[in-house]
Design a protein around this ligand. Sequence first.
Ligand SMILES: Cc1cc2nc3c(=O)[nH]c(=O)nc-3n(C[C@H](O)[C@H](O)[C@H](O)COP(=O)(O)OP(=O)(O)OC[C@H]3O[C@@H](n4cnc5c(N)ncnc54)[C@H](O)[C@@H]3O)c2cc1C
Length: 441
Amino acid sequence: MRNGGVSFWWQQVGLPSPTDRLDGDVTCDVAIVGAGLTGLWTAHYLHEADPTLDIRVIEAEFAGFGASGRNGGWLSSELPGNASAYAAQAGEDGVERLRAAVRATVDEVIDVAAREGIDADIVRSGVLHVARSQAQAERLDGELSATQVAERIRVADAVSGHFDPDCARLHPAKLVSGVARVVRERGVRIHEGTRAVAIEPGAVVTDRGTVRASVVLRCLEGFTAGLSGHRREWLPMNSAIVATAPLTDAQWREIGWSGAELLGDEAHAYCYAQRTADGRIAMGGRGVPYRFRSRTDVDGRTQDWTVESLRSTLTTLFPSLAGVAIDHAWCGVLGVPRDWSASVSFDPATGLGHAGGYVGSGLTATNLAGRTLRDLVRGEDTDLTRLPWTNHRVRRWEPEPLRWAGVHTLYRLYRAADRREDAGLERTSRIARVAHRVAGR
Ligand SMILES: Cc1cc2nc3c(=O)[nH]c(=O)nc-3n(C[C@H](O)[C@H](O)[C@H](O)COP(=O)(O)OP(=O)(O)OC[C@H]3O[C@@H](n4cnc5c(N)ncnc54)[C@H](O)[C@@H]3O)c2cc1C
């Protein structure tokens, strides 16, 4: 089994070497820090709106090195973040507008990919959420019976399910490298191998020179804490994935997974899975949730404990796959704000802006955030700039060691709640409710 190497997705398409490193000081119109999907979509839509803009993207490694090239490939219509936090800012109507905008964005991504010739193994196959205990079923409130779930995928001990058709399966590295290619072809410079060390109004200071620009956009998601002055802003939460060896036709038949629908459960320490285009199961989950002092992994290597825990989840859902080999394991970080809700912000007075904090549902949200940042930077008042995540403010995380102790306690509580629910508890465990309160969700 390979562990790390950034991700299985990148190993499949080939790890790129950084290109177009910054070579001394430059001046441009817009400087974007971070070449994940947030930064790249923002560059794409800003350039489309005004092709005369000189846009530079500053990237420490290579475009797609972060979560955008490592994720589970769920292009999903799920709300990125906590509905009650958005409702506090913009009421229920605001939450519904955000939900509708995210849902419509699934098609926007699919359309752009088709238009621009990005082949990212996209199938608009929907997602099957499965409840495996009475407590999970109560939370899910799904319309599918156990028999109907089994007609789609035979998950052991499924009690009920919910199918959301507005969701697509994709190959993360193919999508992000495709978007990077498109923006480069339009003339946007992506300065890879160039690390930002500080951001200030009018400038990005990097290890290879200073980029001066009247607009500076921070798009660093789980890496935000690495930037001076932002350590306690968004917590870098780990997520890890294992990819099995290709399954045989008989194995696929045995588990009844004949389509490309995505699959997730309703545990508190939930799992998410996809059937890859080359016939594997890629299954992800939390594992070790957080590293002390907001450290991030080096090249996607994850802990052995996490690999074993994901292997165990896989065989709990599909006992017939007990002997199947795991070919690859990796992890990455996502950005978690203190109220578990994303924000897209821009201050015209300073020219500083940012987007992120999607808490694990960023694949669709990055595109919506990119279009929202475009409108904010251009000073336009649109349906997008009126969404409740615009200029959403949130307090910072606690200092260490409280932050580390808090997050680890939280996930111990979630795992304890899952164990009690698996043992037959009929309602959501009180332990999970306490954990939610501790988390501030
Ligand atoms: C394992 C995993 C599974 C996931 N699964 C899903 C999923 O199935 N569906 C879903 O919707 N979401 C999923 N997510 C979340 C989703 O991938 C992210 O929300 C999304 O990719 C965030 O994109 P981004 O561009 O904001 O950040 P990133 O893609 O992380 O990009 C940030 C970039 O900044 C660069 N960088 C870091 N520090 C610096 C610096 N100092 N200077 C310059 N550049 C820097 C990094 O190298 C990186 O390229 C998952 C995340 C992980 C980690």
